[in-house]
Design a protein around this ligand. Structure first.
Ligand code: DC
Length: 227
């Protein structure tokens, strides 16, 4: 069977990465978390005190950034490396989440990330999740999924996930962060979060992870039969 490109876009914390990871595993595809790239860039900018309002500083900082994904045999997951350092866990911190949407709205940063994302999908056989994957990164992808869920459900899911790492985080902080990111991500000038015209919407407010995977696999298999 041939390979296709599957894009999964949608709002923050609506389960995109869970579905993308499972789908990639079921199909034997590579999974790429594009949000992790923007998070890793944010980590670099914060650590190195880069002023992202200054284009010159942004451009020279990007020259120092090398991002790649490596498969961890123990966790059976692909993990992101920033200049050879595994930052998969560091980038999930709320400190990063508070700045990432601002940084991801910058033209030079998007060009840098999108070029790498397109390179990663050059041989197809990939599931990539993010905000602009079906609209900008792979506008010709064979299967595009757009995910959504009620805000209360999304806040609850992200809160449980963050509590495990940092028990001091409050549900109010998590909600404020999700709402702020959704606002910036869908209102920025370049590649705002949009449902591509040919994307299929999955609202997972009331469906469980297994049903969601079955639905997506059915969609993928239909596309695979046509190529
Ligand atoms: O998927 P995530 O929550 O880890 O993404 C972090 C941020 O990165 C998100 O708030 C917006 C930005 N992002 C983006 O602008 N474009 C993408 N393709 C993926 C993420």
């Amino acid at each position: 069977m041939g390979n296709i490109i599957i894009t999964i876009d949608g709002w923050s914390s609506c389960g995109k990465s869970t579905l993308a990871r499972q789908l990639a595993k079921a199909l034997g595809y590579v999974y790429i978390d594009s949000g992790a790239m923007y998070r890793a860039i944010t980590l670099y900018f914060l650590r190195n005190h880069i002023n992202w309002a200054d284009v010159k500083q942004v451009k020279s900082a990007l020259k120092e950034i090398n991002i790649d994904f490596r498969f961890n045999k123990i966790t059976q997951q692909s993990e992101i490396y920033l200049n050879d350092e595994n930052v998969e866990y560091l980038i999930r911190d709320l400190v990063i989440a508070e700045k990432v949407s601002e940084i991801a709205a910058i033209k030079e940063i998007r060009e840098f990330a999108v070029a790498q994302q397109q390179q990663l999908g050059a041989n197809k056989g990939i599931v990539m999740d993010g905000r602009d994957i079906g609209t900008t990164v792979f506008p010709n992808a064979e299967l595009k999924i757009f995910m959504t869920a009620d805000i209360a459900v999304r806040v609850e899911r992200r809160y449980i996930e963050m509590q495990a790492k940092n028990p001091n985080v409050s549900i109010e902080d998590v909600k404020a962060n999700l709402q702020m990111r959704d606002y910036i991500d869908s209102n920025r000038e370049i590649s705002p979060l949009r449902k591509a015209e040919d994307a299929i919407e999955i609202d997972n407010t009331n469906i469980n992870i297994n049903d969601q995977l079955s639905l997506a696999l059915e969609l993928a298999n239909k596309k695979l039969q046509k190529i």
